[in-house]
Write a protein that binds this ligand. Structure first.
Ligand code: ATP
Ligand code: MG
Length: 563
């Protein structure tokens, strides 16, 4: 469930919107989230989604979902569908149908014809290399193309022929006639159409010319009546072009959109670029876009992250114009905090050590019930049965305990969570000297009460061998070993491939034991395994009737810092 406190507050975009509503500049706001369907959405997009949909929600406006689909070679319907699923899963609803910039191709073409007729656009024959030469540099003005002064008639004739397929790919472009000496390189006669014979996921083979992003985006915003067009800071220098285009076409809508920029989220130990994430998938470093190690929304979902946790993270990352570099621990902290309230508890033992309870007595030794959540009685309770053989975690026993040890040791006592106090009487080893079993005795007078005359400090989790369900557990760790895998330079000063910094131990699958309820869960069921962390049944590989498959979402504490 959404509520208005879940979103970043006190930021400059909210101030602008509040002023625009107060002054009557806008009666209602309309935002949009404009992904290019060339990959799956990642954590950076989650920030933008929470911003755009969140503002519409807070100010009772609307937010469109618009696919910015002007690069047909890289785009497809698998990406379109995954993006829709991710936005809905995050808890948001777009206004009306999903939109496509490609739905406006006819209108965009007509506006281009209008610009040519007004003498504000021309067909250019420069090759890409020549165009680069003519463009100049940041400190040097560019030069006019020799084709810049073509007549309106010639331009119109050539542009129609471009559309009709008379010229080879890349041989001509349509450019705006703005100013080759502009201090802003984006204003030096930007290309707005290029020839590209490529099948488009939405328009098929109808077009062999495609409009460029800068030209398409502002007009799409204007067509849809967007009031506040929010994008990341790298588009700041494109804003004059955004405005130029809208100043020079007949307004498609009474509302004139304005662009505002905020800083991109950068997540340490991670990657926020669809292109690089795509490389991880195609080079098979991960199992797919939704691999639980991926910072994609679908990967994080599979990992067990919740929409509420991601929204909390986006709120904490905040909105501003200054650098937004956030440590992974902030993301993990938000997820943990959310799951602490939402996830019921059970016990599981990941590295089992067999314990024989030598004085276990059927009929005398009793089981207790335990609440699924200490603060949520409405989650209900379950039986925690005990039997003559139980499993505890190997590292909850130490033959030679370090100072301050509160867990089990030879001759020492510990409480079994939700059950009795036991004492270890004997350690059984195999021929190699490895501990294979403990023999322990139960203090039968400690069920639900403290032992007489002494304090037992340690409490450990355990499962009954007779009742436990065997489960598979995937232990995930960070995908990269360095903070900024895509910004490490080698000795020659060049960037090293980010794939050099993949963590070779980012996943490990083990067989473990859990309370019996684990045998009968649906996919995407989230639990806290007591003392271990949060785990989720895998969305795809967990099948009812087979051994449960759990993914570790996050450990209970931030163990990374301590490593
Ligand atoms: P990528 O480089 O990963 O492809 P992009 O910006 O090209 O990212 P788009 O699909 O064009 O991806 O982005 C859709 C929206 O999401 C844009 O408004 C963009 O500014 C925003 N966005 C993308 N990455 C981030 C990020 N890291 N932080 C905040 N917003 C982002
Ligand atoms: Mg992009």
């Amino acid at each position: 469930m959404l509520n208005k406190d879940q979103f970043a507050d006190n930021h400059f975009i909210r101030t602008i919107i509040e002023e625009d509503l107060k002054s009557g500049k806008h009666e209602a706001i309309q935002t949009r989230f404009p992904p290019e369907p060339n990959g799956y959405l990642h954590i950076g997009h989650a920030k933008s989604i929470c911003l755009n949909f969140g503002l519409a929600y807070i100010y009772d406006g609307l937010c469109n979902l618009r696919f910015d689909d002007t690069n047909p070679e890289k785009e497809n319907d698998e990406y379109v569908n995954s993006i829709k699923e991710d936005v809905e899963w995050l808890g948001f609803h777009w206004a009306g149908e999903a939109r496509y910039a490609s739905n406006y191709f006819d209108q965009l073409f007509d506006y281009a014809v209008g610009l040519i007729k007004d003498g504000k656009a021309y067909v250019d024959d420069l090759t890409p290399e020549e165009m680069r030469e003519y463009r100049g540099t940041l400190t040097e003005a560019g030069k006019n193309s020799p084709y810049r002064e073509r007549s309106v008639e010639e331009n119109l004739d050539l542009f129609y022929k471009m559309r009709d397929g008379a010229f080879p790919d890349g041989s001509k472009t349509l450019r705006l006639k703005i100013d080759m000496a502009s201090g802003n390189v984006n204003m030096r006669d930007p290309v707005i159409y290029r020839i590209r014979r490529a099948h488009h996921h939405n328009t098929g083979d109808k077009w062999c010319i495609y409009p460029m992003y800068d030209y398409t985006h502002c007009i799409s915003d204007a067509i849809e009546g967007i009031t506040h067009s929010l994008c990341t800071l790298e588009f700041e220098a494109h804003r004059p072009l955004y405005d130029w285009v809208l100043d020079n076409i007949p307004a498609p809508h009474a509302t004139r959109p304005h662009q505002y920029e905020f800083s991109r989220l950068e997540l340490l130990y991670s990657i926020t670029s669809k292109r690089k994430l795509n490389q991880l998938v195609t080079e098979k470093h991960v199992s797919g876009w939704d691999d639980p190690r991926m910072p994609t929304i679908s990967g994080m979902r599979r990992r067990g992250y919740t929409p509420e946790g991601l929204r909390l993270f986006a709120k904490r990352a905040g909105i501003s114009k200054s650098e937004n570099v956030v440590d992974m621990s902030v993301l993990e902290g938000a997820i943990r905090e959310e799951l602490e309230h939402a996830a019921p508890r059970l016990m599981a033992v990941l590295n089992p050590l067999k314990v024989t309870l030598t004085n276990y007595q059927a009929g005398v030794t009793q089981s207790r019930t335990a609440a699924f959540h200490p603060n949520h009685p409405e989650f209900g309770e379950r039986d925690v049965p005990i039997s003559a053989t139980i499993y505890i975690e190997q590292d909850d026993f130490a033959e030679v305990p370090p100072k301050g040890w509160k867990r089990l040791t030879l001759g020492g006592e510990v409480r079994l969570r939700h059950s009795y106090v036991i004492r270890c009487d004997e350690v059984v080893k195999d021929a190699n000297g490895e501990i294979v079993e403990l023999k322990c005795s139960i203090d039968h007078d400690t069920l639900g009460k403290n032992p007489e005359g002494r304090k037992v400090k340690g409490v450990i989790h355990w499962v009954s061998a007779e009742h436990a369900a065997q489960i598979k557990v995937r232990l995930y760790d960070r995908l990269f070993t360095v903070e900024r895998p895509d910004a490490v330079r080698g000795e020659d000063g060049e960037y090293l491939p980010f794939t050099d910094f993949l963590n070779p131990n980012s996943v490990q699958e083990i067989t473990a034991y859990a309370e019996s309820i684990a045998a009968d869960l649906p996919p995407e069921s989230r639990w806290q395994f007591e003392r271990l962390g949060y785990f989720v049944t895998d969305r795809f590989d967990h099948k009812q009737g087979e051994a449960a498959v759990f993914n570790r979402t996050v450990t209970l504490k931030d163990t990374w810092q301590a490593k």
